[in-house]
Design a protein around this ligand. Sequence first.
Ligand code: NAP
Length: 259
Amino acid sequence: MSAHAPAPHVLVLGGTTEARRLAAGLTARGGVRVTTSLAGRVARPGALEGEVRTGGFGGAEGLARWLREHRVDAVVDATHPFAAGITAHAARAATATGVPLLVLRRPGWRPAAGDRWHPVPSLGAAADALPALGRRVFLTTGRLGLSAFAHLDDLHFVVRSVEPPGPPAPAHLEVLLARGPFTVAGELQALRGHRIDVLVTKDSGGEATAAKLAAARELGLPVVVVRRPPLPEGVTALPDTAAVRERLERLWRPGPTPL
Ligand code: NAP
């Protein structure tokens, strides 16, 4: 970066703790313009450092247009590992515009001794697996995927989400509105208090919501774990904000671009 060149503009595709941390770190570094993009699904997202824009771009083409119009120098896809649509669009927009794309994906969870995990490829497969595993289900896969379980009339669902879910939803439903991070003690209380037989989770990874896995292990409960969708072809992920920061610094060093 030369002293007279405009500050590089980084677009962070957000909606995660890592995206928030990255925006804060880059803003604190200085000499960088940071815009975080949110889908707008959550009514009151927490405060973010830097600039914020909200709402879809209008597919890969809309995102490519936005990158050009706002003179973006690098895109960091720091969206949730299950937000496969925006990740596919980011890959296509980066190819179309030549803007470098870095993908931040926190590592997935790994089973530990004593875990009774049932890995499945989709929410639909999770619903198929449930009747054989128990009647009282703790569902933590997010309110938007609830329709995959709506037909399971014989099961009782305790659904935890940040915002209230809408229809279609299972007939027997209790909603716990909460936002992580969660503790093992709190999760044990939730699982015991609601007499849960089986937990359903996405393999989201990260610390903030991992306590439910330890609690399920302690109680010997089965856990249906929905595997992550694959990354677009040719895209490799960086595991944390430090790796993204380092890659950005290399990009901004004078000389041939290293990506
Ligand atoms: P998705 O299915 O991959 O994306 C659907 C559409 O939403 C995209 O095509 C895009 O619309 C828009 N979009 C998604 N993320 C965006 C962003 N950061 N900025 C602007 N537009 C965005 O996404 P999703 O799974 O619904 O997730 C939406 C947001 O919630 C993401 O930011 C993600 O990080 C966060 N989140 C998701 C989950 C999850 O389990 N899926 C969990 C926690 C947080 P256009 O095509 O119009 O651009």
